[in-house]
Design a protein around this ligand. Structure first.
Ligand SMILES: C[S@@+](CC[C@H](N)C(=O)[O-])C[C@H]1O[C@@H](n2cnc3c(N)ncnc32)[C@H](O)[C@@H]1O
Length: 264
């Protein structure tokens, strides 16, 4: 296991992400967003979707509930074990298979899947060009790639920069790279890479594989809710739900849903 992968094997990472993201108020946003993404990807009933970087399986469950088969893949044994427990608890084990896979070196043959879905995963891969080339390789011509990523132009980042300047705690080590800005965070003694993608640059990069952006929509408007508790947190989560339903322009949101179609 590389130093970059260790953070994904920690039980505390699963707990932190459950706590930060999967709040009951946020669930309707994820329900709608995953369903909208699958519709934009034009996934037919019973088709298999590769959930690339399935984590604890929360979206594999949503995809299976929508009537599809899922190949849930992740690099982390711990994430896969949570995913298989949660999928079983949801009564969906018949529709989901699990595989340990590294997105930078997938074991699948080229053009194995008509649909590849990957939510909040490439944002954590420093060698993202390799992951993008692998994801593109396994999509069939005419198929689709759905990504959920962090967007560099989000208002959140401006607010964070101002707050850090005011508290004299600048974010150190931000790297400005061709596909966006990225930084290593510390998480329970391990390191976690996070990309803030330049979406036009990401789309141009994927164009070399014949992938064309057909759908872009705001996901979570803000992630500031992760840093506060109680009523302010609930208010921010409701604001995210409203922003999604109101289709606030994607450039303003921290999370962006992207669907690419591969040339036939
Ligand atoms: C933020 S979680 C997202 C999980 C899930 N898609 C969700 O939205 O709940 C990121 C996931 O990416 C996985 N991951 C990170 N690097 C990976 C790689 N190179 N190959 C496969 N999975 C990877 C991690 O193990 C983790 O489960």
């Amino acid at each position: 296991m590389t130093t970059d992968e260790r953070v994904f094997e920690l039980e505390s990472t699963v707990r932190t992400w459950d706590d930060q993201y999967y709040h009951p108020i946020a669930e309707p946003l994820y329900d709608r967003a995953v369903s909208d993404m699958l519709r934009a990807m034009e996934v037919d009933p019973n088709e298999t979707v590769l959930d690339a970087g399935c984590g604890p399986g929360v979206h594999s469950i949503r995809i299976a509930r929508a009537g599809h088969r899922v190949c849930a893949a992740d690099i982390s044994e711990r994430m896969l074990s949570h995913a298989s427990e949660r999928v079983a608890a949801a009564g969906l084990s018949d529709q989901v298979v699990f595989k340990r896979e590294d997105l930078t070196n997938l074991s699948f043959a080229s053009e194995s899947f008509r649909h590849v879905f990957s939510w909040g995963v490439i944002i954590h891969i420093r060698e993202v060009e390799r992951a993008l080339s692998e994801l593109a390789r396994v999509v069939q011509p005419g198929g689709t790639l759905g990504l959920y990523v962090i967007n560099k132009t989000a208002l959140d980042h401006g607010i964070e920069t101002l707050a850090r300047a005011a508290s004299r705690k600048p974010l150190a080590g931000m790297q400005h790279l061709p596909l966006g800005d990225g930084v290593w965070y510390e998480m329970d003694g391990e390191r976690l890479w996070v990309w803030r993608f330049d979406i036009p640059a990401l789309s141009n990069h994927l164009a070399q594989y014949g992938l064309k952006l057909k759908y872009r929509r705001i996901g979570e408007f803000s992630e500031i809710q992760r840093r506060v508790r109680g009523m302010p947190r609930r208010a921010l989560l409701r604001m995210n739900n409203l922003a999604y339903r109101a289709r606030i322009p994607a450039w303003a949101g921290v999370g962006n849903l992207l669907v690419f179609t591969r040339r036939s």
